[in-house]
Design a protein. Sequence first.
Lengths: 289, 336
Amino acid sequence: MSGYLIIRNLTVRLRSGPVILRSVSLNVAAGQVHGLVGESGAGKSMIGKAVLGTLPRALQITGGEIWLDGVDLLSLSAAERRRRIGATAALIPQDPLTALNPSKRIGPQITRRLIDILGWTKQAAEARALELLDEVQIPNAARVMRSYPHELSGGMRQRILIASAFAAEPKLIIADEPTTALDVTVQKQILRLIAQMQARHGTALLFVTHDLGVVSKVCDTLSVLYAGKVVEEARMQRFFMRPIHSYSRALLSATPSYEDPLGSLTPVSDTVIEEVEAEVRWHDARAGT
Amino acid sequence: MTLLRNILIRLLTTLVTLIGVAVIVFVVIRVVPGNPIAMMLPPGATEADIARLQTQYGFDKSIFEQFVIWLGGVMQGDFGTSISLRQPVAGLVLGRLPATLELSIFALSIAIVIGGTMALLGTRYRDTKTEGAVDISAGMALSIPDFLWGLVLILLFGVLWPVFHISGRISPALNIDFNTNFYFFEALVRLRFDVLADLIGHMFMPALALAIPLAAIIAQLLKQSLKETMHLDYVTLARTKGYGENHVITREALPNAILPTLTLVGVQFTFLIGGTVIIERLFSYEGLGNMAIDAVINRDLPLIQGIVILFALLFTIVNLVVDMLYVVLNPRLRHA
Ligand SMILES: Nc1ncnc2c1ncn2[C@@H]1O[C@H](COP(=O)(O)OP(=O)(O)OP(=O)(O)O)[C@@H](O)[C@H]1O
Ligand SMILES: [Mg+2]
């Protein structure tokens, strides 16, 4: 068994029947960055939510295994699973404007979980929060701790959420499009910050995005998701040199290259999409869904 | 600076409201038929007797003149003299105010406890039979007005299973020598638990009757906004930190979800105070509302005026307190 997070044949359905994730398998090795790409609606966020136990109520895991740090989360009781996730994993959310509680000061939003869930003392938790706010380059950390979210900019809030995610030294962080809600100028800084923090703390990172350019910069491995199905899993180098799946190839040629951003761009063609859809149907038929 | 301006504007609107209320009440009760003087005199009083008293109370002057005289008195704290009780209105009204205040606040507390519990339970067990039960009982509670709840309660706890007093504010046998008419508050401070028990025994049913509709409103609205808040990103983030459902509901969602409910409870609380008029009558509770009905029956114009002005003042104070609470609970408004 290799990998800190191992997802095997995960199937998620709407309670009303339709399949959202079709027998998804992927690996995030310890200390590595794994990209998860695919177009909007492919099910990227649902994979993260299934791991963190925050699937919407309308959805349900109907099969598969999710191994986190050597334990199959789905074999645990709900309370144990929650505690386990809280102690070993963390989330960097997509929209920093809605991910902080508007009625609480920043300080407690970082420190409470260290105190409540992990049993730290208040002093230790506060010292840790200050240290991390410094690490994510927030000036005046002590004052920020006493601020309310609405007093801070989006970029600042995302830095705070990053600090908070790393506070308990989780072994796995899931970042779900952590920069899409930000200004273009801030996006780059935040991306660099996440990469730095990941490298420094040696955390395994599942990086959800639909931007292959971003993936090429920060990831070691990646999975390509299409309509709830992993169509390709690869190491970065191999993927960019020899993408195997036709959808991956199409996706790649629709992404501007860094050397020649306006060069030969081809939109994903309808034939490729039809091809992949046929494949998904075939898979469904075989799985009897 | 803006704070000071807001307070000034607030005081000014309050004053204008009160004067407006005074004018309306003053005119309306003088236009409706019924002669207050004739009602206080024994049958067989002569026209001359009536005329003499009319002059004594100033009813022979024009409405405008009467109003100016009355307002002049009010400025000096003199609200006139009750015709039926022959005592200064100010003293009468202020003497009854504590009873009504204690009843209203007791009722509000019951409504918050019951309504809040129902909302939390309905959210904790949403999409189950428990939530259905909350919805149905709230719907039923709302389809019956407070005075009918009063009758139902009298039947249940006064007649079938007589555990509570069905009339009055305090047992006459209890000899209390309190300094104020805030019996409940004073009994608390003096640790007179016998008096407290007796007061609660009297207040419980009228307060519950007043509280039931408000509790239902709180249950519905608070549950609704809690359920909406439960989908927000910061609640989801709290779940990933390892917090359980109870913590997430009460610590993450509730502080934000409570704000719209707070505004509504403010408005509804003024309705509840209005409801005391009939409920106090029903339970022979010696408060302002009960006095108001007597005053209307007796066409006791000065007393009616005094009571209405006091109710209006109460309502504006409630609104003020709600606005202040809103600012305290909502950090986004604190620096405005
Ligand atoms: N609460 C829900 N009820 C029903 N269907 C849902 C719900 N949430 C998501 N879905 C469906 O699940 C599928 C996967 O959604 P998901 O959010 O994982 O997509 P995504 O790949 O993250 O897309 P994006 O790039 O837009 O974030 C979508 O088809 C969506 O319609
Ligand atoms: Mg998504």
